[in-house]
Write a protein that binds this ligand. Sequence first.
Ligand code: SF4
Ligand code: SF4
Length: 74
Amino acid sequence: MEKQVYIRIQEIDRAKCDYCGECSKFCEYNALFVVRPKDGIKGDVLSFPQLCHGCGGCTIVCPRDAITEQNRGI
Ligand code: SF4
Ligand code: SF4
């Protein structure tokens, strides 16, 4: 019998994100890395789903409500 399993993927709404870094500071597993904007270089939030343990903390601590979690089947 086969059973579908999922991993959680963080999606960042870059229109809301101000690259404050709170999500990556919270994540114990280094599954998020925030590139702060500097000297004309755009900021970004890089996510590494293979490191995520699905605790949901980053979604809670984000002060701008910029993170949503999606299921991705594996
Ligand atoms: S906590 Fe939210 S606003 Fe701050 S960098 Fe992460 S996603 Fe962006
Ligand atoms: S859900 Fe938890 S483990 Fe996954 S990226 Fe967010 S804080 Fe890190």
